[in-house]
Design a protein around this ligand. Sequence first.
Ligand code: HEM
Ligand code: HEM
Length: 175
Amino acid sequence: MQNYPQYSSKQKWIHWLTLILIVFTYLLILFKLTLSAYLGGMFNIYLFHKSFGVLIFVITLWRFIVIKQDGVPDVLPKAQKRQRILSKSGQGFIYLLLIIVPLSGYLMSSRPLNFFGVILIPAIDMPNKAYQLFHQAHQVSAYLLIALLIVHIASALFHYFWIKDKVLQSMLKCD
Ligand code: HEM
Ligand code: HEM
């Protein structure tokens, strides 16, 4: 057993699974033109993009339940007040965006959402103006999430390589 604060096993699985899904979701959009040849057209690109997005949304809801059950470890010492505030607000914004990005993605479309070709989630009927607004919200929030994640990852690596404390280790070693 390690002698530094640890996230629970479930929290670690959720954290790293979300990373993988986020990377896939972004890559699909980034390389949509190249990939559409392999996935049989743009329809399938969006089918996978949206389905991964839904998975991220559901896993985020599960994440909140697990946090409520398991709590959050005190990774940074209580004395480092400024760092704790920065870290907690960064994480708070990430939670918020993990909800806003998929939700705005769902709300921006007038067509039903085909979840991996298995479940059809009906669209919500709205005026065209509202769809456009959610479209903008999806774009802005998705890029804001990328920016926050870059800072988040850089901070984790900064702790590991520069400060040389155990912040990164608190999220490693899933059993
Ligand atoms: C966390 C999950 C998601 C992330 C990170 C994400 C990210 C993105 C990004 C970066 C774009 C490109 C924006 C642009 O420059 O035009 C995009 C486009 C799009 N997303 Fe998502 N998305 C997510 C979830 C969803 C969901 C759940 C849906 C629908 C149910 C969705 C539907 C779309 C559609 C239709 C586009 C194309 C928009 C266009 O053609 O301009 N996304 N998404
Ligand atoms: C290489 C990529 C990543 C690394 C090295 C990393 C590292 C870490 C570390 C060390 C912590 C614990 C920090 C603390 O409690 O002060 C943490 C927590 C967290 N990370 Fe990451 N992270 C990565 C990617 C991501 C991604 C892609 C997301 C979200 C999409 C994310 C969201 C979070 C959240 C919300 C927390 C708070 C604890 C939780 O609810 O799991 N991280 N991360």
